[in-house]
Design a protein around this ligand. Structure first.
Ligand code: ATP
Ligand code: MG
Ligand code: MG
Ligand code: MG
Length: 469
């Protein structure tokens, strides 16, 4: 009975309220007082202070629907059924309160009783050494043993350097024959027939950094379920972007671009990419991030320019993303009414960025085309675009390095990233020593304007960071 994206969000939060949880609002995408991540990437991230015992939580049971950005998933967007750079994560959390018994029982109750998902569509994975979880799923929750898959550390152990960590258990949904045959759990996962919907993390150990694990005195629960994924499953649609409210954004893109969804697989990827990127960028700008050449501002710029490029692939040669923005805002007013007040501001920021890229993109694409022609002619070695040329594309034509890398990857051409960063740092050093230099929308200025604290994130650390975002 619950299938709409907005209804699902509400039903989840209500369900966990009925289990004694305090409903808290989504934190902004910009981490507050936490420099370890560039952008919020999970429901637990803004709650870390409670998990670490740095601050006392308002209640020991909390439930949220958290806005998330995961740029490392960017290459999957539009290609897999289940990845967006933006998504909402539903979560229930226990700070030293309940543990495995309740977390598993409630997850199952919500999926099979509230949402009435047939039990035989669900699979459960556990960490191979977590017999306790296996026994609870089998004996208490009643999941057949052959539906409980044991996996190794890479898949089912949550750990981030030293500190609190623990095994996790994930719930997967089988979307059925139309997505492919079922040969094995792994194979069915590769074709998105089976998709992961919910991760339950059992934070029970402390890792001293040398691989010694001791049981924590207070054990925590951290769960995360993608709202769009859940909606995708409940609505029985092919992918995240065909979910009710998100589909309306796709429709708007198609009408602006004069293309039809389902006419051509390549066009469809571009439509989904734009749909995703306009969602992430609308929320990022709404949360005070502005396009720039570093840190979060760079992530935003990269997403906007990538979306603009896909727009051009659909034949749209003028700024258009700012128009799609209206649909994103309208479709999100139920959960994020504050977007309405920021509407004109968000549109202006996006339009300005589109206009500035539009000035140079055609010339940049032409120059890049010439580089590609030259490099492809050289068959003596694997072609590599030089750091100097990467820098020129970046500096003169506004091509974020990731965009250039991506376009070249399609042509099997590598890039000299190291030299590029050297040149970037040289330029930065020059700018810093030049008193007359008054930067435009750099991260520090943007953050000062929006009242956020800032730490300098260099290009090197951005590249390293973006892998763990
Ligand atoms: P996957 O293996 O499919 O990439 P994950 O294991 O990286 O997912 P988790 O870190 O466990 O995901 O996050 C918890 C939940 O958040 C996932 O079970 C999924 O429902 C949702 N989720 C994760 N990444 C994305 C994404 N890029 N887009 C939409 N939902 C996501
Ligand atoms: Mg992932
Ligand atoms: Mg996974
Ligand atoms: Mg997972």
């Amino acid at each position: 009975k619950w299938t709409g994206l907005n209804d699902l969000r509400e039903s989840y939060l209500k369900f966990f309220e009925s289990k004694g949880h305090l409903r808290m609002a989504s934190a902004p995408l910009v981490p507050q007082g936490d420099n370890s991540v560039l952008l919020i990437n999970a429901g637990m991230t803004p709650l870390k202070k409670y998990f670490q015992g740095i601050e006392e939580p308002p209640r020991h049971r909390v439930t949220t629907c958290q806005k998330c950005i995961r740029t490392p998933d960017i290459d999957n967007v539009g290609k897999t059924a289940r990845h967006g750079t933006y998504f909402e994560m539903l979560g229930n959390f226990s700070f030293g309160d309940y543990f495995k018994h309740e977390a598993t029982a409630w997850a199952w109750e919500y999926l099979t009783k509230v949402l009435e998902i047939p039990e035989d569509r669900l699979w459960v994975t556990i960490y191979e050494e977590d017999d306790e979880a296996g026994d609870i799923w089998a004996n208490e929750v009643g999941v057949p043993r052959d539906r409980i898959i044991k996996l190794g550390k890479a898949d089912n152990f949550w750990e981030h350097g030293s500190g609190p960590c623990g095994p996790c258990s994930e719930i997967h949904f089988d979307r059925g024959e139309k997505y492919g045959p079922f040969e094995s759990f792994e194979q069915a996962g590769e074709c998105d027939r089976i998709i992961e919907i919910w991760n339950l993390v059992f934070t029970q150990f402390d890792n001293d950094g040398k691989g010694n694990y001791t049981q924590l005195a207070t054990k925590n629960i951290d769960t995360g379920m993608g709202l769009e994924r859940l909606a995708c499953v409940m609505q029985d649609v092919d992918n995240l972007f065909e979910v009710d409210t998100i589909q309306n954004i796709m429709k708007k893109i198609c009408s602006v671009a004069g293309v039809n969804y389902h006419d051509d697989p390549t066009t469809d990827v571009s439509i989904r990419v734009i749909t995703d990127h306009i969602r992430s960028t609308t929320f990022m700008v709404g949360d005070g991030i502005r396009p720039s050449n570093e840190g979060r501002g760079y992530v935003l710029r990269r997403l906007l320019r990538r979306a603009a490029r896909h727009g051009r692939m659909l034949g749209v040669n003028r700024p258009f993303l700012y128009e799609i923005c209206d649909t994103v805002i309208n479709e999100n007013l139920t959960a994020y009414p504050e977007l309405d007040e920021k509407r004109e501001y968000i549109k202006k920021v996006i339009k300005t960025e589109e206009e500035s890229f539009a000035k140079t993109v055609d010339k940049g694409m032409q120059i890049l085309g010439e580089f590609i022609k030259e490099l492809s002619a050289d068959d003596t070695r694997k072609p590599i675009l030089s750091g100097e040329n990467l820098f020129k594309l970046h500096d003169t034509y506004g091509f974020p390095i990731d965009l250039t890398r991506e376009i070249l990857q399609e042509k099997n051409i590598g890039i000299d990233e190291e030299r590029f960063f050297e040149l970037m740092n040289e330029q930065k050093a020059k700018a810093r020593s030049n008193q007359a230099f008054k930067g435009g929308w750099d991260e520090a200025t943007a953050n000062a304007l929006s009242g956020l604290t800032t730490t300098f994130v260099g290009y090197k650390s951005l590249t390293a960071d973006s892998k763990i975002l």
